[in-house]
Structure formats: C-alpha cells, structure tokens
Design a binder for this molecule. Structure first.
Ligand SMILES: *Cc1c(COP(=O)(O)O)cnc(C)c1O
Length: 399
C-alpha cells in the first residue's frame, strides 16, 4: 500500500483558490491578474479624482506586462472612458480585441501611421504639420473626423513641441478638414520625486499654452503620481498607468491601491547539494554545509532579471526562501534547506501574496536596482496570463 503523503496538496494550498490551482497544475510559470482588484483600483482612483475628471487607463507595453488583451477589455467593462497606448500598433491591437472607447496614442507616430490610425479611430498625439496633413487626408477621404492631441514640451524635454510651436501647429491644424484638435497635453519630469517644485514651473508654461489655445477642450497633464499628489494638475483627465495596476509611485500616498498581479511558478525539481558544491552558471553560489535547493522554472527570458541573482526571495507555502546562484534564461534556484516539505509541483510566488507574506513589485525592483514600472513592463509574453476575479478563473491567455 502507498503511504499517504505527509501533506495534502490542497491543504498546503489552503489560501490558494482551487480553480487557480487546477488550471495551473501542469504549468511551469504564469501570471495571475485579479480583475476584482483592478475594479477596486479604478473605483479608488475615480473616488480620488472626482466626477469631473476623466480617468484615462494607460495600457501601453502590454498593459505594463499584465496582458493588454485582458486588461484593455476589462477596463472598458469597468467603464473607463478612454485608454492610452504608446504606439499605433498597440491601439490597433486593442481594436482587434473589440475595444470601442477612444484610444489615445501617447508617443511618436509617422505620417505612414495615418491610415491605420484613421481606420481604427485612434487619437494621435500630433507633433508636426506633416503628420496632421496625413491624418486629415485619410480622414477626409474616409468621410470621418479624426481627433488629434497636441503635446507641449514644458520642460521634460522628451517628446512634444515647445509652446510657440504648439500654438502655431494647433492653429494651423484647426483649419484642416477631417481634423478635430481635441486635446492639449504635457508630461511632468519629477512627478514622483520628493521635491517636485519643477512641476510648478512646467504647469506655468502649460497654463500659458491653455490660455493661448482656449478652444482646445480636453486638457491633460497628470500621470499617476501627479494625479494622486497634485489635485490642481488634474485638469480634464489623468493618465493613470502604474496606479491602476495597484502600485503606488514613490512619495505618493495611495492607501487604497491593491496590486492586481501575481507571478507564480511550480517547483520543477528539489535536489541536495553537498557541502562545497556550486550551483548554476559560474558556480556563483556554493553550498556551505549540505543544502537542499529547489528549481524554479522562471528566468530572465520571462523578465526575472539576471540582476536579481543572489538578491531575490520567493514564497513557498507561506515561507520565504532566498534565491541562490545565477539566474539563467529559463530557471533559477532557491535554498530551501530545513524545509523538508518543499516538493516538486509546489507553488512558488515570485511576486504576490502567499499566506501572510508578500513580495511586491517594488521590492523586486529595489533588489534589481530598478523601478517597479520596468519589472512589470518587462514580464514577457511567454508567461500565460490567468485572468480571474477573486480566484474565479475568467480567461487564460496563452502566448
Ligand atoms: C506611461 C505614461 C503615463 C502613465 O504613467 P504612470 O506613472 O504609470 O501612471 C502617463 N503619461 C504618459 C505620457 C506616459 O507615457
């Protein structure tokens, strides 16, 4: 007779919803996105900005790694009135998913992007007469009116046009057939820094642009940090990315936000490493005494950065274990010595909650020497995205 195993898998996963355990039973690694928490974040942000400011949901870069195919339609279902992306191709992808709300392209576009932009009713950020002309031609030929926004470079000195050029461009495009110059925007340089006094100076330039272009009806300036910290800079709409995903920017109070993403994997192997032996490439870590390590099938090709080698920690069955040795393209190891219950198939939490403990994207970012935006946006397409609502699986997106 087979001995009953010392622990029951279900009991060990006691806090882990059964539907998620079942749908991930034979997966190496995956992301979970909780649309219930996403809804709570939308509600919190709406509550904070009030009814007269539009919440623009920023879903560029595959919705900050969460999966735009799931997040885009989910935000639309939650009543978010407008989405924003960086590139035309990202906007086209949203339309293919059936998203119908206005979609703003925040970044640089070429005149050759005009046909796709007009055909898909995307709102371009227009930085040149050549782009405006191309959009106007396409729209006029299609019998449509295409919206464009003008971005003023008020001091970030990245994308946009300076104030005089913005005013000239807007007045020029205003007369074009098939064009609606709907929006005037800018972007802050120091939104989440302790000293954001430069925002005052940028806003002064922006206010001058608004005064010179009073006929442009939709004005927007704020990203998450500015939207949460500076009520006066909310204008007509706020462009929220990181906060929607439940991560507060530095120096930003946001007690009501809940992370919506978990990165999980299943232990692929448990092995003993005798005293003095090395593990993984370069043997960068050697066992001091006899150790037991567990193999986690996630690597830098998934976005689990090599800079986390020897610095990260993961959760298994509610306990924390340190990563050891170099992170490889597809896998890395954790030291589980003294935890005899860790077995092949156990769920490993790399970002998210397990029992009482959490690993946050901010913590991983600190360990990797970067910011949470880069950790999230770096999560690769190879990871399946399991969308669920408080543990009830809604849809799984495989790459
Ligand atoms: C990405 C982006 C945002 C969103 O910023 P968060 O800090 O993630 O809220 C807002 N505006 C512009 C122009 C952006 O490129």
């Amino acid at each position: 007779m087979v001995e009953p195993h010392p622990r029951d898998a279900r009991a060990r996963e006691r806090d882990y919803p059964l539907a998620l355990a079942e749908s991930t039973a034979e997966r190496n690694a995956w992301l979970e996105v909780d649309t219930g928490a996403l809804g709570a974040n939308v509600a919190y942000l709406r509550d904070t900005i009030g009814p007269h400011v539009e919440l623009i949901g920023v879903v560029k870069a595959n919705a900050y790694g969460h999966g735009a195919a799931g997040v885009g339609p989910a935000l639309e279902r939650l009543g978010v009135a407008r989405l924003a992306v960086a590139w035309v191709s990202e906007g086209v992808a949203l339309r293919r998913l059936g998203v119908r709300c206005p979609v703003l392209v925040l970044g640089h576009s070429y005149p050759s992007d005009a046909p796709a932009a007009v055909a898909n009713d995307l709102t371009l950020t227009c930085h040149s007469a050549a782009l405006g002309t191309a959009v106007s031609r396409e729209a006029w030929a299609a019998g449509k009116t295409a919206r464009v926004h003008i971005k003023v470079d008020t001091g970030l000195h990245r994308f946009g046009v300076d104030i005089d050029e913005a005013v000239g461009l807007a007045e020029h495009l205003r007369r074009f057939p098939g064009l609606d110059v709907e929006g005037l925007s800018t972007h802050m340089a120091n939104a989440d820094e302790e000293d954001d006094s430069f925002a005052e100076r940028q806003d002064a330039v922006y206010r001058e642009a608004v005064a010179r272009l009073p006929w442009i009806r939709f004005r927007h300036v704020a990203n998450s940090a500015t939207a949460l910290r500076r009520p006066a800079l909310r204008y007509d709409g706020v462009r929220c990315g990181i906060s929607l995903y439940g991560v507060a920017p530095p120096n930003t109070p946001a007690a009501g936000l809940r992370p919506i993403l978990s990165l999980r994997a299943r232990v692929a192997r448990v092995l003993s490493v005798p005293d003095g032996e090395g593990v993984s490439y370069g043997h960068a870590w050697r066992a001091a005494g006899d150790r037991t390590v567990a193999l986690v099938p996630v690597g830098y090709a998934d976005g689990w950065r090599r800079a986390l080698s020897g610095r990260c920690a993961v959760l298994i069955d509610g306990a924390r274990y340190p990563g050891v040795g170099r992170i490889a393209m597809d896998q890395f190891l954790v030291d589980v010595t003294g935890a005899p219950r860790v077995r092949e198939g156990d769920i490993v939490t790399l970002i998210g909650q397990d029992g009482e403990r959490f690993v946050t994207a901010e913590e991983v970012a600190r360990q990797a020497g970067t910011i949470s935006w880069e950790i999230l946006a770096g999560l690769q397409a190879r990871l399946p995205r399991v969308f669920h609502r408080d543990g009830v699986v809604e849809r799984i997106f495989d790459s």
